[in-house]
Design a protein. Structure first.
Length: 191
């Protein structure tokens, strides 16, 4: 791994501007190339540039295999200063020592959703600041549960319950040996 550590998310621009003072500086920001997020990043970067015109921010979106591109840049010593990354990949960056903790910077996290802060913390240290949260929820089809005579999920529902219920909720309606109804999909319990 390269020795350069990467700071995460756009909120750091403001902190970096205070750390850099009146010195002209350049910050390289990278993120997965995504049309909707690029629109958001552009708005945030425009606001930052207006607030801190003495700091040049270069946005370098990573398209296609963005993770691989980032790792190649990291190993080549050209990693960005600031990186927006999905949490699952970011946890790996933390464990591999790629990102630096942010505890030396003063952030008011009172307006942030605690789950978002916890997602980017490890062993009591803050490693990033999320700027949006995707709600996590399980949605289930009550009719499917009733048809299979399976009790509805409750607050104590565990992964073991998902597995045991899942075997009863995965159904081959046509008898061809291939399930037509799946108990769980990428969006939660089958709807």
């Amino acid at each position: 791994m390269g020795s350069r550590q990467v700071f995460s998310l756009l909120v750091l621009f403001v902190t970096l501007s205070f750390a850099l003072g009146s010195v002209d500086a350049k910050i390289v920001f990278s993120a997965r190339d995504d049309y909707k997020l690029n629109q958001l990043y552009t708005k945030i970067l425009d606001a930052f540039r207006e607030e801190c015109p003495e700091i040049e921010v270069v946005y370098e979106p990573l398209s296609g295999l963005w993770y691989e591109q980032f790792m190649i840049r990291l190993m080549g010593g050209t990693a960005p200063d600031v990186m927006a990354s999905p949490v699952p990949e970011y946890r790996g960056f933390i464990l591999d020592g790629i990102v630096a903790p942010l505890d030396d910077y003063a952030f008011d996290l009172s307006a942030h959703v605690p789950l978002a802060v916890n997602d980017i913390s490890y062993q009591g240290k803050l490693y990033g600041i999320g700027f949006y949260v995707i709600p996590r929820a399980w949605v289930f089809n009550a009719d499917l549960f009733q048809e299979a005579a399976v009790p509805y999920p409750d607050l104590d529902f565990s992964w073991d319950d998902i597995v045991s219920h899942g075997t009863k909720l995965t159904i081959d309606r046509t008898g061809d040996g291939v399930p037509d109804v799946w108990a769980v999909n990428n969006y939660g319990i089958a709807t």
